[in-house]
Design a protein around this ligand. Structure first.
Ligand code: FA5
Length: 353
């Protein structure tokens, strides 16, 4: 074994792996140097002492060479890793295409934040609803002509498919199942579960079996409001709607109420907001004072469940409005079908926020 060759080989090693195998080759358990060390036993004590000293020096020299080269190679590896991973912060970034919030969701978020500011809680209800909550409990028994106003998607096989009652219980004696035609069933669901006073808004998707046209969709969003307490008056309803108008259109906004009929309110009123940009009234939705039959239906249901009656002497107002209609008129969009049916990005991107 020639020590100079060995050291030269170590200096030439270009990878840590190559250096490691040289180390094994010379200094390993069966390495050349180790073999020579083992051979010491065969020498006379005199020779062994001298030879042992020389071999130890060689061992030191080889170990130093390995360590030295190891450090160099490690430093090189670190250097090239740093070069590989270095980032030129002055280069332009990648554009990651990101989705936007749908126009309906933007409108809904704006409405909810306005009502939250007025102290309303936001609650949601099921889209698959029972005939009982969608119609009967809100004063629309099956003979009631007002049921014709809302063409309904009925679900087949309601027998095997229970609907969730207001207390989370599964009930199947609440008539047929349907896709809710409005958010008003949440009025009764909420009243059953809660003790007044309260103020809620309910955003949600509703479904109607109808011919679509520029202002009618078969699926659209509504925002329902319900306020119940000991002294709620029609003027509170007007105040809430006016506040909404001001938040949407600024301090100059005005609201208008016109008498109309909904079975679940008495008196009932359609409301419209003054739209300063277009100088016209914008029909938004229906409203009115909660019909006494709803309080009775809620208390009857509570009583059946062993809960106290809490609606004697209470009054309240309710309203419901179409969220797309609001966006439609606000932005001058010519057709409600652009919202969902065609899913046209060129349309939706105009409202990207
Ligand atoms: C109702 O649905 C009542 N539940 C509203 C209500 C609640 C009245 C509480 C009183 C008290 P109506 O069917 O008019 O009412 O619908 C309310 C609003 O939903 C309409 O003013 C309109 O803005 C919107 N809307 C109704 N039908 C459609 C449709 N097919 N496509 C898009 N928007 C619609």
């Amino acid at each position: 074994m020639d020590i100079n060759t060995a050291i030269a080989e170590m200096h030439r090693a270009v990878t840590l792996e190559a250096l490691q195998s040289l180390k094994v080759h010379y200094l390993g358990k069966n390495g050349l140097l180790t073999q020579e060390m083992k051979a010491l036993g065969k020498l006379s004590p005199e020779e062994r002492k001298e030879r042992g000293r020389v071999l130890n020096e060689i061992k030191q020299a080889l170990e130093n060479a390995v360590r030295g080269r190891e450090k160099e190679l490690e430093a090189q590896a670190l250097q090239s890793q740093l070069e590989r991973e270095s980032i030129d912060v002055s280069l332009p970034g990648y554009a990651f295409p990101a989705g936007g919030t749908h126009l309906t969701s933007q409108m809904q978020a704006e409405l909810l934040s306005t009502f939250r500011r007025m102290g309303y809680s936001v609650v949601e209800g099921p889209e698959v609803e029972s005939e009982f909550f969608n119609f009967d409990a809100i004063n629309m028994p099956d003979w009631h002509p007002a049921r014709d106003m809302q063409d309904t998607f009925w679900l087949k096989d309601s027998g095997d498919f229970d609907v969730m009652g207001p207390e989370g219980e599964r009930v199947n004696n609440l008539g047929g199942l349907l896709m809710r035609t409005h958010t008003s069933p949440m009025q009764i669901r909420y009243m059953i579960e809660h003790t007044p006073p309260f103020k809620i808004v309910v955003p949600g998707r509703v479904f109607r079996y109808e011919q679509t046209d520029a202002s009618h969709e078969a699926m659209f969003y509504q925002l329902e409001g319900l306020v119940v307490g000991p002294d709620i008056a029609m003027s509170d309803l007007k105040g809430a709607i006016l506040e909404l108008a001001r938040s949407l259109y600024g301090a100059q906004a005005k609201a208008r109420f016109q008498p109309t009929y909904f079975p679940f309110v008495e008196p009932g009123a359609q409301f419209a907001l003054w739209w300063p940009e277009r100088e016209k009234w914008l029909e938004l939705g229906g409203s009115g004072m909660v019909h006494p039959n709803l309080f009775k239906a809620a208390d009857d249901y509570r009583q059946k469940m062993g809960l106290p009656r809490v609606y004697d002497g209470m009054t309240g107002f309710a309203f419901g409005m179409g969220i797309e209609r609001l966006a439609l008129l606000r932005y001058g969009i010519p057709d409600i079908r652009y919202f969902y049916q065609q899913n046209r990005l060129s349309f939706l991107r105009q409202f990207k926020n």
